[in-house]
Design a protein around this ligand. Structure first.
Ligand code: NAD
Ligand code: ISE
Length: 338
């Protein structure tokens, strides 16, 4: 049984605790921690896990074999570094850290440890629709890919969501997905700002991002984070001989009162429910078999941070911003995760 300590018991922390306690096999949640100690105590009490006074104390405790970090992005670096220092595997929700400099410090710490300990929570790599799309691409049936159109729509976002999070917190999923989908790196970013939605307060919402890949493929991504009607994730690849798109997710299609309708998920928990389950079960199985994490690595987290930093610069300047990655350390090989 893998004994896991969870740091950050907010929305996704609670969802991952639920799946590790009532859905997945071979895992037990043995510790929780949150700066909001009341929330940690009540979430811990529900699953019989003690609430620790700090994330660092949780990481050091012998009841914890592996760590899951679900606190706010700016706090990820400190916990990932502490887990590496303790030699414990750590699953960190995206983003790995909120600056590329912080990600580089994590890469250095992991390299000094000498083997992989870190996995980053880019769950789209585990989603059945994205996996099917990647398989279609690999068979060559639509020919060489030329473009991809993506949309990332949230019904609404929490109060703490700030302007640039449309790139660093939301489109960062497409940044990782695109690198994985095309086995390629993003080399430049542009960001266009359409007419602003009146529903987004101070946010520049929506945004239109344009990624250039080293192969010449162009990817556009619409982020709309106050679209109200639901959580809608789209992706269509245009190839030389055809197109392939993420399919409909609904098991049922309703026609009534002059309308033909599929339900739209409410949020990421509903849309990616199965993907998170697969992501965690594969992580648990890899660690239980004595192996190392094989999903999205600290290098993938770093690359996403560099592209997202370029996106923020492109948003501020209105210019095309090139993406420059550091040399890839040997530890991360060239294999494509998941
Ligand atoms: P949330 O605000 O609901 O929960 C975050 C929790 O972290 C809060 O309970 C807060 O008190 C706690 N926290 C803050 N600072 C802390 C610290 N220093 N130490 C310990 N706990 C601390 O936020 P959320 O929506 O659950 O998001 C958490 C993380 O998960 C973010 O990095 C977010 O980007 C990521 N996330 C990923 C997905 C996904 O689809 N993979 C979806 C949602 C959120
Ligand atoms: C959130 O943090 C997530 O990761 C969701 O998957 C994403 O859709 C949302 O925009 C983010 O704020």
């Amino acid at each position: 049984m893998l004994q896991v300590g969870v740091i950050g018991t907010g929305m996704i922390g609670q969802d991952h605790i639920r799946r590790m306690t009532s859905v997945l096999a071979g895992v037990r949640v043995t510790a929780v921690a949150d700066v909001d100690t009341a929330v940690a105590a009540s979430v811990g009490a529900r699953v019989g896990a003690p609430a620790f006074e700090s994330g660092e104390a949780l990481i050091a405790d012998p009841s914890v074999d592996a760590v899951v970090v679900c606190s706010w992005g700016p706090t990820h670096e400190q916990y990932v570094l502490a887990a590496i220092a303790a030699g414990k595997p750590v699953f960190c929700e995206k983003p790995l850290a909120t600056t590329q400099e912080a990600c580089l410090r994590i890469l250095e710490a992991e390299a000094a440890h000498g083997s992989r300990l870190v996995q980053v929570g880019y769950m789209r790599r585990y989603d059945a629709s994205y996996r099917a799309l990647k398989s279609v691409l690999a068979t060559g049936q639509i020919g060489a890919p030329l473009m991809m159109h993506c949309a990332h729509r949230n019904a609404s976002v929490p109060g703490f969501y700030e302007k640039e999070m449309a790139i660093t917190d939301t489109a960062v999923h497409e940044i990782d997905m695109v690198r994985w989908m095309f086995d390629d790196e993003i080399t430049a970013v542009r960001v266009l700002t359409p007419r602003r939605s009146s529903l987004g307060g101070d946010l520049q919402d929506p945004l239109m991002l344009l990624f250039e890949l080293s192969s010449g493929v162009l990817v556009d991504v619409e982020t709309s984070v106050n679209i109200r009607y639901g959580y809608d994730i789209r992706g269509e690849i245009v190839g030389e001989e055809g197109t392939a798109a993420l399919g409909s997710l609904s098991p049922v299609h309703v026609r009534r009162a002059g309308l033909s309708a599929d339900p739209v998920p409410a949020d990421w928990r509903e849309r990616f429910l199965a993907a998170y389950d697969v992501e965690f079960q594969e992580w648990i199985d890899a660690l239980r078999s004595g192996g190392r994490p094989v999903g999205p690595s600290a290098w993938d987290g770093y690359a996403a941070a560099v592209v997202s930093d370029a996106g923020v610069l492109a948003l501020r300047s209105g210019e095309r911003v090139p993406v420059v990655l550091a040399e890839r350390p040997k530890l991360y090989g060239m294999e494509v995760a998941a």
